[in-house]
Design a protein around this ligand. Structure first.
Ligand code: KG4
Ligand code: ZN
Length: 344
């Protein structure tokens, strides 16, 4: 099965061609990505209208690039997949309209994919793919969730953030430190030079007994700390705040993941979403999981943040599992707000 996938839910235009062969690991034949980061940087965050317009400009050249690199023809496609939601409505419409127009012209079916399902299944494209069942820690700019995953489309939400997402906590703290957008990677880089014990920042809900998260209080604590330093802030202070903030976020993510594993009795953890690229998070999870005899799986680093490969893959795995119904192209829709449970 040959699937072309389009991702355009936020600030990255991604296109990829994935092949799913029976009895073999899925194969990423080609993928291309354009990140709008430099365009949104000046505004300190994603400007939805600019995002949509840029997706329009990029999507077809990227699709041509992918097809050329794969040396396959459009006629060989079995399915065209796109991110149906959640995300920015205007941005989603670009991927959806492109996928549907292409599929209509080719007489091929389409399948709309849930963006988080894409992230969730992305480690299946790695050199060390997981096996079901597993606990998934989904940490992106918009979501922080712990899930029990028993198979494709079998997702049980165990806990999630009650306010900001982990990525948002990184981004907002980075902004307070005067770092650019997106703040996560920038804060992580600065944290390398800091002392993670310099400032005692809160670990919200660490001992709440459930698997929910809360990061809004941490952001407030960072604001207070930066305010206190305002008159004498130096590079080292900024690095110390960055390191302390990263440590607080990572500590909570790791502790709750361990609780989820313990409560479920499962011995496999899958980490997905942009924050999954964080080095400290990976190091701490590796250490804690090794101690407990848990196997931990990550997507390839370049597939942690948004991309088309995870969308093509999720569509392929849905169809292969008999849990996705490709439909004729044409009547396209998007779902900017779409709980994963409703997609399953
Ligand atoms: O999954 P993603 O690309 O987009 C969403 O679906 O939201 O995640 C983006 C988020 C941003 O908040 C970004 O700051 C964060 O992932 N991020 C990181 C790192 N790389 C990306 N956060 C911490 N450390 C990183 N290395
Ligand atoms: Zn994402």
């Amino acid at each position: 099965m040959l699937i072309l996938g389009f991702e355009s839910s936020c600030d990255e235009t991604g296109v990829a061609l994935v092949e799913l062969r029976e009895g073999a690991a899925p194969l990423l034949l080609a993928h291309a990505l354009h990140s709008q980061v430099t365009m949104h940087e000046a505004y300190g965050g994603v400007v939805p209208e600019l995002a949509s317009r840029d997706h329009v400009r990029r999507v077809l050249p990227l699709a041509r690039e992918v097809m050329a690199a794969s040396k396959r023809s459009l006629e060989e496609l079995d399915l065209v997949a796109y991110t149906r939601g959640p995300g920015l409505a205007g941005a989603l419409l670009v991927g959806s309209a492109t996928a549907n127009a292409l599929a209509l012209a080719l007489g091929k079916p389409v399948l709309g994919v849930h963006h988080l399902e894409g992230h969730l299944l992305s480690p299946f494209l790695s050199a060390d793919p997981p096996e079901f069942p597993f606990i998934a820690l989904l940490v992106s700019g918009g979501h922080t969730q712990l899930m029990r995953v028993d198979g494709v489309g079998e997702y049980e939400l165990l806990g999630e953030t009650i306010d900001d997402a982990a990525g948002e906590a990184f981004d907002k703290s980075a902004k307070l430190l005067g770092l650019g957008y997106p703040g996560g990677p920038a804060l992580a880089r600065l944290a390398e030079f800091g002392d993670d014990k310099a400032f005692a920042l809160p670990r919200p809900l660490l001992h709440s007994g459930d698997l929910d998260f809360s990061f809004a209080g941490l952001k407030t604590a960072v604001r207070v700390q930066v305010g206190k330093l305002a008159n004498r802030v130096c590079e080292q202070d900024r690095a110390d705040v960055a390191a302390s903030t990263q440590a607080a976020i990572v500590d909570v993510l790791v502790a709750k993941s361990m609780s989820a594993l313990k409560q479920s009795g499962l011995t496999r953890l899958v980490v997905a979403g942009g924050v999954g690229a964080n080095r400290r998070l990976r190091e701490q999870l590796d250490t804690q999981c090794a101690r407990r005899g848990v196997r931990v799986h990550y997507p390839e680093l370049h597939l942690c943040t948004d991309n088309g490969a995870m969308i093509a893959l999720a569509a392929a795995m849905r169809v292969a599992a008999g849990r996705g119904s490709p439909r004729p192209a044409g009547a396209f829709d998007v779902q900017p707000r779409w709980p994963l449970a409703e997609a399953a």
